[in-house]
Design a protein around this ligand. Structure first.
Ligand SMILES: NC(=O)c1ccc[n+]([C@@H]2O[C@H](COP(=O)([O-])OP(=O)(O)OC[C@H]3O[C@@H](n4cnc5c(N)ncnc54)[C@H](OP(=O)(O)O)[C@@H]3O)[C@@H](O)[C@H]2O)c1
Length: 229
């Protein structure tokens, strides 16, 4: 049985991705931010949940080390924890950028570093980061400045991991959704055409494929999942 760590597992995308990996036969080690969020995870014998504040480097490292001690090899790490904020150049402060960087970059860095070190010992692993279109496209990025800057770091981190991993079977991917069709987005953008957005289930299928044996030869991927949005 393969083991995957999934962060942000109780979120809108996280619950779909967790269900998909469980259906595909993985053991899932899910992170949640508090005990209450455990109840939002799919009920399944092969899911275990840990409360971890991913902004805390030491706590995140201990969580990865404990997971390895308890369950052995970690095959995949899917880093979904993150968040969004609006803000243009005129009204974005350095503190806004620090907050977004902690939420979108450090939460992923804090897990990917110990996980990558472990994967190197096995010469095998899959790391999946969730980017965002504003990080690649300044037309949308200029109205979500702190968010776009914080997500842009994930692309560079993934590039550096892939460079370091050359010659092994460790692959880091950035999956880039456009707008995800969630209840929160429907409420905030009621006049948009929801059909153009990407469904959490579509992203879950793609992420599971990327981590599976059929994607074994893919290297240095950035996967744009925009649907028609
Ligand atoms: N929604 C979109 O349209 C969209 C588009 C492009 C990219 N993305 C990215 O896709 C990912 C998932 O999005 P989503 O809509 O599923 O978001 P979500 O529902 O807010 O899920 C994110 C999860 O991460 C958790 N989290 C936040 N900070 C944490 C921390 N310090 N430690 C541990 N857990 C923490 C959240 O817990 P709490 O809820 O309790 O804070 C939540 O469960 C995010 O990285 C997001 O930036 C989303």
């Amino acid at each position: 049985m393969k083991t995957a760590i999934i962060t942000g597992a109780s979120g809108n995308l996280g619950t779909s991705v967790t269900s998909k990996f469980l259906e595909s036969g993985y053991r899932v080690i899910a992170t949640v931010i508090n005990d209450h969020d455990r109840s939002m995870l799919p009920a399944h014998d092969n899911v275990v949940a840990s409360v971890v504040n991913l902004m805390n480097t030491e706590e995140s490292k201990l969580f990865v080390q404990d997971s390895i001690k308890q369950y052995g090899q970690i095959h995949a790490v899917i880093m979904l924890a993150g968040g969004f904020a609006m803000g243009s150049i005129e009204n974005t402060s350095a503190s806004d950028i620090s907050k977004m960087t902690a939420l979108n970059f450090e939460t992923a860095f804090n897990i990917s570093q110990p996980a990558y070190n472990h994967m190197k010992e096995h010469s095998y692993g899959r790391l999946v980061f969730i980017g965002a279109r504003p990080a690649l496209n300044a037309t949308v990025g200029k109205t979500t400045m702190a968010y776009a800057l914080s997500k842009s770091l994930l692309f560079k981190l993934s590039e550096q991991l892939n460079e370091d991993a050359k010659g092994s079977n460790i692959v880091s991917t950035v999956v880039v959704p456009s707008v995800i069709d969630t209840a929160v987005n429907r409420k905030n953008m009621p006049d948009e055409n929801f059909e153009k957005w990407v469904k959490p289930g579509q992203l879950a299928d793609i992420i599971e494929f990327i981590c599976g044996d059929n994607a074994d030869a893919i290297r240095e991927p950035v996967v744009k999942v925009y649907n028609n949005s």
